[in-house]
Design a protein around this ligand. Structure first.
Ligand code: CP
Length: 310
């Protein structure tokens, strides 16, 4: 496959391979490109972390990055995403990284005759495979395994592609997954991956507390008008009182951006148990691993210096 669009493509072996590859890049592994290779990042939704770390990963692998601005592209004239990709492929682009507000926007692309490599950087409330893999790397670095780990995913589950990807991968990897947050923001389909429990039951039991951003851009106007940040924080957020009940070796995660004082008390974002900035740093290495795999299978990239030889 010339694409990584959803975690349901990934076996446990694939996840561990990505973790090992990302760790190798972290420890100095280098690569050689067979020829000049070109990447384009198509972000039709805003992003800081994912966009920047994909571009960092592409540049660190030696790729050249061609800018794309959806506001000035011919998408504004009605050109489809598939025709846009066929165009840039014809011009010589090797890798397209795409974020789009529409769930499963990638379906017509993965069933087309496109030959360029494709990575989903987030589709609506669907999937966010690179975020999920960087979260798996962060958890693996901390605990060295997934089997039996207790992980709670807390907050705006219904609108979160991070939650969806992570519950699927964590469950597949043998972790025990729990959910918490507003009950109206859960889905019956999540029951196959984990169990809903009140937050105050979970905080003293979990190895990982993973909080989710409240996605105001995906809430109805009525829900946004009814939302009260202080009330949400007291009911569903990591307050200092709740953090004090966490086991000493438990960690705090959040895909970010964080609504400080809403999902997590502001001071706790930088607390010793927080891995939020480590998640961001790991994103570069995981994205290098994802791109390297796609380019290597097209004989466009080889490993030149392994971790062991550094
Ligand atoms: N976590 C994440 O996807 O952040 P950005 O929206 O800033 O890319």
């Amino acid at each position: 496959q010339n694409y990584i669009v959803s975690v349901d493509q990934l076996t446990n072996g694939d996840v561990l391979d990505f973790i090992r590859s990302a760790q190798a890049f972290k420890h100095g592994q280098t690569v050689q490109l067979a020829r000049p290779c070109f990447a384009m990042n198509f972000f039709f939704e805003n992003s800081t972390r994912t966009h920047t770390s994909f571009e960092m990963a592409e540049r660190r692998l030696g790729m050249q990055v061609i800018p794309f601005d959806p506001k000035t592209s011919s998408v504004t004239k009605g050109e489809s995403l598939l025709d846009t990709l066929k165009t840039v492929q014809a011009i010589g682009v090797d890798l397209a990284v795409i974020r789009h507000p529409r769930d499963r926007y990638y379906q017509p692309l993965t069933t087309s005759d496109l030959t360029l490599s494709l990575i989903n950087a987030g589709d609506g409330s669907g999937q966010h495979p690179s975020q999920s893999l960087l979260d798996m790397l962060t958890i693996y670095e901390e605990f060295g395994h997934f089997d039996g780990l207790k992980v709670a995913i807390i907050g705006d589950l219904a609108h979160s592609r991070v939650a969806r990807s992570n519950m699927m991968l964590l469950n597949q990897l043998g972790a025990q997954v729990f959910f918490s947050g507003p009950e109206e923001w859960t889905h019956a389909e999540f029951d196959q991956y984990g169990t809903y429990q009140p937050l105050d039951t979970l905080v003293s039991e979990m190895d990982v507390l993973m909080f989710l951003r409240v996605q105001h851009e995906r809430l109805t106007q009525a829900n946004n008008e009814a939302f009260d940040a202080a009330t949400y924080h007291q009911q569903y957020g990591l307050t200092k009182a709740r953090a004090a009940k966490m086991p000493a070796n438990a960690i705090i995660m959040h895909p970010a951006p964080v609504n400080r004082g809403v999902e997590i008390a502001s001071d706790l974002v930088e607390a010793p148990q927080s891995r939020i900035f480590q998640q961001m740093a790991n994103g570069v290495y995981v994205r290098m691993a994802m791109i390297a795999k796609l380019l290597a299978q097209r004989d466009l990239l080889t490993i030149t210096k392994t971790e062991a030889s550094t």
